[in-house]
Design a protein around this ligand. Structure first.
Ligand SMILES: *Cc1c(COP(=O)(O)O)cnc(C)c1O
Length: 424
């Protein structure tokens, strides 16, 4: 039997990988005369080769048809956002009615909170994780102030209870129970951006709902990374972006989920004409009648050029066999990274991300022995040899092998480069 961590075995893993051909569907940036070893799909996914074709299609349609482009052909702009609705629903485990591609992540978070964060004097509070991505915290805090409440008492930030800065489910459960009667909203990430910890969304929804709170999730790092079952999880709403694991380009149009139980809600919302019922939208009447489901939260006619690359990306996920197939490879790829680090780099790299594969996605967050300066040094060395991860203050390097374009060999290369830097 060959050593599962040997070079020979790793070459064999790539040879036997059913997703291997998909690498060819992406543009891999170059480093000198080679491909970069790109592990930064958690921040900006690589460009699918098909993106340019869809963008050019829009440009050509605009050039040739101008305003008529709204009404002609299957990719007409009037219904363009509907082209991604079903693939997106498949990707996140939702009904088509429950999802929409619109705006950007933080904007969607605010729109969702307008409808789903309805604080009262008895129940004013939002519960979230301490150390959340700053934009999410800014959104929460500003919404609390907007409603005339005080973030000092009404923004409850749960501290991680585990050594690596991760959460036990028990800590989340305790916090929700402790603050239960005061909670208007629980907002939790699908995957924590700094530690890479993945959470059981159905359980968090159950706990929040049991206390009478609304439950929303931020899936920025989970979508395109983990198989999700948003409908079954029962969360009230979800938001995410499409430029990370969804490979749809910088500032891509984002995603939003509203559970079917709210499809016909009379909750307040900030409305715009694109959320109005389709059949009567162009009667241009003064009265707002929302389209049932997530599309009813749309404001404007969407930026078609910003949506175009998402079509190319979603096609690849479908062609690959969906999130189950992607996750199958992801478990092996990140599992190999973990095993190699443990076997060969334990003196340099501490894995912050949970060891339980059920509690993580593609990303491993690595703390470098010797502190921040050593960490920066390693990070910069890796960049200088074309191994691209990213740096998160104060001392973490994030490495995220993306199953659609990373190879097992890439993981091996990372380990070899860290060894070279350390010295054997
Ligand atoms: C990436 C990310 C964002 C970015 O927000 P934008 O509105 O897309 O700029 C916000 N929150 C989380 C948790 C993220 O991971």
């Amino acid at each position: 039997m060959t050593d599962p961590l040997s070079h020979t075995h790793i070459i064999a893993l790539d040879a036997a990988d059913p997703l291997r051909p998909f690498r060819n569907d992406f543009l891999i940036p170059r480093h000198k005369h080679n491909d970069q070893v790109y592990f930064c799909g958690n921040s900006l996914g690589l460009q699918p080769k098909g993106a340019r074709g869809y963008i050019n299609e829009v440009l050509d349609k605009w050039a040739n048809e101008a305003v008529e482009g709204h009404f002609t052909g299957s990719a007409q702009w009037m219904t363009y956002h509907e082209l991604v609705r079903e693939p997106l629903a498949r990707l996140v485990g939702a009904q088509p009615l429950e999802v929409v591609a619109m705006n950007t992540l933080t904007a969607n978070l605010h729109l969702m909170m307008v409808s789903f964060y309805r604080p009262t004097t008895e129940r004013p509070a939002i519960l979230m994780e301490a150390g959340a991505f700053p934009s999410d915290r800014h959104a929460m805090e500003s919404q609390i102030r907007f409603h005339g409440f005080d973030p000092a008492t009404d923004l409850i930030e749960v501290e991680p209870d585990q050594q690596e800065g991760t959460f036990s489910m028990a800590a989340i459960e305790r916090a929700i129970a402790e603050h239960g009667p005061r909670l208007a909203l629980v907002l939790w990430p699908g995957i924590q951006y700094r530690t890479g910890q993945a959470f059981d969304l159905a359980e968090i929804a159950r706990l929040g709902h049991a206390q009478g709170a609304v439950v929303g999730v931020d899936l920025a790092h989970a979508v395109g990374n983990l198989p999700l079952r948003l409908h079954d999880s029962g969360v009230d709403f979800a938001v995410w972006c499409h430029y990370k694991y969804l490979n749809s380009g910088p500032g891509a149009v984002a995603g939003c989920f509203v559970h079917a139980r709210h499809a016909q809600t009379d909750r307040p919302r900030f409305a715009g004409w694109w959320g109005h019922e389709k059949n009567t939208r162009f009667r241009m009447g003064p009265e707002f009648v929302p389209t049932p489901g997530a599309e009813g939260w749309q404001l404007s006619n969407p930026p078609i050029l910003g949506l175009a690359p998402l079509r190319a990306s979603l096609e690849l996920f479908d062609k690959a066999g969906g999130m189950e197939a992607v996750r199958t490879k992801s478990l092996k790829l990140t599992g190999l990274l973990e095993a190699l680090i443990r076997a060969r780099l334990a003196d340099v790299l501490q894995i912050v991300t949970p060891v339980d594969p059920a509690q993580r996605g593609a990303q491993l967050s690595l703390r470098v022995a010797g502190g921040r300066d050593r960490g920066r040094e390693l990070f910069e060395y890796l960049m200088s040899v074309g191994v691209v991860g990213d740096w998160r203050e104060p001392d973490v390097i994030r490495i995220s092998p993306a199953p659609l374009y990373n190879r097992y060999m890439d993981v091996h290369r990372f380990v070899e480069e860290v060894e070279t830097w350390r010295g054997f």
